[in-house]
Design a protein around this ligand. Structure first.
Ligand SMILES: Cc1ncc(C[n+]2csc(CCO)c2C)c(N)n1
Length: 219
């Protein structure tokens, strides 16, 4: 393993408590068991739809800032996948009579704005580290749900989306590309990458917690 691959493996080890809290969150456990209250799931659909819409703007910024042509093209391909994700949310909302015209909650807005700031102002590796954390969080969480296999058919489209071979390959590409970009980087850059990875992982936990509680603005 190269030095930078080992560094990323170390980040995963450091983030393990956050990861465990995420995949064991009541939202995820009840989703897997098929016992999640429909209004909690609906709240997730509404807020995650807004998050993915904001993520498409982030993808645009990152395409413009990509440090080489190979990275730019991979990000463009991912933009097309994100565009299709919006259709999943819109189809589900139509089938269930659910409005997607809602306001973002503090956590949704804070997380999306944090990621947009990283895409606009952060170093490219720092930005990519956050993307890797967020995508790996979704891969691992939805793989946990899939593994439990008692979930209702209604969730099937999301399980397939975030556990597909294409999505697994995208998460692996993020890790490999980040490791390549980190070769020879100074300690202060590695530290920025570490902070971005851990902060993003914490936001991932917070997002599940927010949708479970259906937590909006207190005033
Ligand atoms: C809360 C939350 N976290 C991650 C994803 C998966 N995802 C969709 S777009 C995007 C950013 C672009 O890489 C990510 C990580 C999600 N849908 N909702």
């Amino acid at each position: 393993m190269s030095g930078s691959h080992a560094y990323l493996a170390g980040l995963l080890t450091e983030a393990r408590p956050i990861w465990e809290a995420m995949v064991r969150h009541p939202f995820v456990r009840e989703l897997a068991a098929g016992t999640l209250a429909p209004e909690r799931f609906a709240f997730w659909v509404q807020q995650d739809y807004l998050f993915v819409r904001e993520a498409l703007k982030i993808r645009g910024l990152s395409i413009a800032r990509a440090p080489d042509e190979g990275i730019r093209r991979a990000l463009i391909d991912n933009a097309a996948a994100l565009r299709r994700e919006l259709d999943l949310f819109e189809e589900y909302a139509r089938e269930h009579g659910l409005s997607l015209e809602v306001e973002p909650t503090p956590v949704c807005l804070g997380y999306a704005a944090y990621r947009q700031a990283a895409a606009a102002l952060g170093s490219f590796p720092e930005f990519l580290a956050g993307t890797w954390a967020a995508e790996k969080a979704y891969l691992d969480t939805w793989s946990t749900v899939k593994g439990a296999a008692r979930s209702a058919g209604d969730y099937q489209r999301w399980i397939e989306n975030w556990t597909s071979p294409g999505f697994v390959a995208w998460v692996e590409w993020l890790e490999t590309t980040l490791a390549r970009l980190l070769e020879g980087q100074p300690a202060h850059e590695l530290e920025r990458v570490r902070a971005a990875f851990l902060t993003t992982a914490r936001f991932e936990y917070l997002f599940w917690d927010m949708v479970y509680r259906r937590e909006s603005w207190p005033v």
